[in-house]
Ligand binder design. Structure first.
Ligand code: UT7
Length: 329
């Protein structure tokens, strides 16, 4: 099997900031509650008319520039999102057209907060098999389009953003994407969902009046599952690959709540220094948190050639997983 290397990372975050002070004016909450319960100080929100494909396009254009890749060279584009511009056409097609990737195929992937990891491993198979040479994996979500501005349980958590990585064949099989473990568990589906707008409950005056086209979450239940699952995926990957916790250079968990990340890190025995945190600035961008955090880690020089890192996620579905990478640069 051909080794799969991540040869570039990029991100895009909209300019508008929604701070905790802004939220204090909109709903019954406080900066103190949000900071202590979630670690979030502000999030980014799209401009009017800006949506998932626009953010994804910005991220991919940066990625192509950084990696000196021509759009025509791209074989495959996978866009992980739960907030596509429209049900169809797929937002991957909108991105493909905007960047001029005229030789690519692609699709959207719905894996909620684990979507980027599911897309990463899906795309990696086409490199491994020798079929493709350049695969673009995107995580992008416009959560501001589906959170209820009157629901203090959810509005405080989510933000908008996009991140992208380029996958290419490598030579050394000790580098790149080394291992993964993914799962879905539909028994937790009703704990985090958007009830209306799909084929079960198509949009109507009633669904809108009942606010069923917004995210509904049982925060406490999801919290417990998130801690347990992300800790388990991470432990499994470390054990299976004979890596001790202290030897892991960087741990990038899905950015849903700072307390969840602390709890997971402490279960595995990781220090604060090993954990990548961006939630304070961007909130929870669903499929975008991991590629955004990875790009930030690269920019901040927190990951160097030969270092190991684990990305892990948990989200609606339930979906969850982890990926072990040895960085090559
Ligand atoms: O990315 C997908 C996966 N999602 C997650 O991983 C999210 C997991 N869940 C969480 O991060 C947390 O459960 C939340 C941040 C959503 C909530 O934190 P919590 O510590 O679990 O709070 P809670 O829901 O148990 O609520 C505690 C109290 C309640 O008041 P009472 O009933 O104790 O009087 C809430 O009504 O805090 C109240 N509350 C708020 N107060 C001020 C809930 N939201 C707010 C708010 N501001 N925004």
């Amino acid at each position: 099997m051909i080794p799969v290397h991540i040869t570039g990372t990029a991100k895009y975050l909209p300019k508008t900031r929604l701070t905790n002070a802004d939220l204090e004016k909109m709903i019954d909450t406080s900066d103190e509650w949000i900071t202590t319960r979630t670690g979030i100080k502000e999030r980014r929100i799209v401009a009017n008319g800006e949506a998932t494909s626009a953010m994804a396009t910005h991220a991919v254009r940066k990625l192509l520039g950084k990696t000196k890749t021509q759009p025509e060279e791209i074989d495959l584009i996978i866009l992980a999102t739960v907030t596509p511009d429209m049900f169809f056409p797929a937002s991957a097609c909108l991105v493909q057209n905007r960047i001029g990737a005229k030789n690519a195929w692609g699709f959207d992937l719905s894996g909620a907060c684990s979507g980027f990891l599911f897309a990463l491993i899906s795309g990696a198979q086409f490199i491994k098999s020798g079929r493709h040479k350049k695969v673009v994996i995107i995580g992008a979500d416009t959560m501001s389009s589906i959170v209820d501005p009157e629901d203090r349980n959810t509005i405080i958590l989510f933000g908008d953003g996009a991140g992208a990585v380029l996958l290419e064949p490598g030579i050394d099989e000790n580098f790149g994407i080394l291992d993964f473990e993914h799962r879905i568990d539909g028994s937790g589906g009703d704990l985090l969902m958007m009830p209306a707008g799909g084929s079960l409950s198509p949009p109507s005056h009633t669904t809108v009046d009942n606010r069923e086209h917004y995210v509904k979450q049982n925060g406490r239940a999801v919290y417990k599952h998130a801690v347990k699952s992300m800790a388990n995926y991470t432990k499994l990957l470390l054990d299976r690959n004979h890596i001790s916790a202290e030897k892991l250079t960087l741990f990038i968990p899905h950015q849903a709540n700072a307390r969840i990340m602390e709890a997971v890190a402490s279960r595995i025995g990781l220090t604060e220094k090993q954990v990548m945190v961006t939630i304070d600035k961007y909130g929870n961008n669903t499929a975008a948190t991991l590629p955004i955090a990875m790009d930030e880690a690269v920019d901040e020089n927190r990951i160097k050639h030969g270092d190991t890192m684990i990305l892990t996620a948990f989200g609606a579905g339930f979906t969850g997983g982890g990926v072990l990478i040895r960085w090559n640069k």
